[in-house]
Design a protein around this ligand. Structure first.
Ligand SMILES: [Zn+2]
Length: 235
């Protein structure tokens, strides 16, 4: 499960105005050089201007690597509801039944907005909250700022199916607490998961589990991975 828990605010960019300081130089760590089409899906309680700002931040982040993020279609609005739920205290027959309860709303939304599968697009879903308060999921996970799923067998364990477009999901209530530079990195992190990038130990890397102290970087193996997933020609 590719859940990304929020750390304490002080561990992140915090109130520092220095949130545009780069951890590494994109030009020296590999480029993607291509285009990515984004489908934006927004919960109807999330302010449109905030969702738009997240999209712009994502575009700015990847532009440093020569990856041009554009919209595949106009944004779509959905009923804003937590996507990780389950009845607190309920006992389930087995792990399959438990997963179906915990991830039921998530599965519905991913099936609705990210199927049929299109590998040349990423679906970005912004809802107010990912965790339903008081739910079984909230007891297990406590905080979830975002999720990212790449199509394939690993995601099927959570979603119950493996054929869907790469999808990144963001909780505005969590991400919106951080300065704008940090928000962009958080969304880019989830898009990284959607495109198959795993967590890494280096705290200055985009795929660090927590604590962006500066604008995090992608290394050359990660940009190569993005090129492969996006089927971009090149060396
Ligand atoms: Zn993550």
């Amino acid at each position: 499960m590719l859940a990304c828990a929020s750390g304490p605010v002080a561990d992140w960019l915090g109130p520092s105005p220095d949130d545009t300081r780069a951890c590494g130089a994109p030009s020296s760590s590999g480029r993607v050089d291509g285009a990515l089409a984004l489908r934006v899906v927004v919960g109807d309680d999330v302010p449109a201007s905030d969702a738009a700002a997240l999209t712009r931040g994502l575009r700015r982040y990847f532009a440093a690597y020569g990856l041009d993020v554009g919209l595949a279609a106009p944004p779509v609005w959905i009923d804003d509801r937590p996507l990780l739920a389950g009845e607190a205290g309920a006992s389930y027959a087995d792990g399959v039944a438990q997963a179906a309860a915990l991830y039921g709303p998530l599965r519905e939304v991913v099936a609705e907005v990210a199927t049929p599968r299109r590998d040349d697009e990423v679906v970005l879903v912004v809802v107010s909250d990912l965790l339903a308060p008081g739910s079984a999921a909230a007891q297990v996970l406590t905080e979830v700022r975002g999720l990212g799923f790449a199509p394939g067998p690993e995601s099927a364990e959570v979603l119950g199916f493996e054929e869907f477009s790469p999808v990144a999901l963001v909780a505005w209530s969590e991400v919106g607490r951080f300065p704008e530079g940090g928000r962009a990195a958080m969304v880019a992190h989830e898009v990284g998961h959607a495109l198959g990038l795993a967590h890494v130990a280096d705290a200055d890397n985009l795929m660090a589990v927590r604590a962006f102290r500066c604008v995090p970087y992608l290394d050359s193996s990660q940009t190569a991975q993005l090129r492969r997933v996006l089927s971009l020609e090149g060396p």
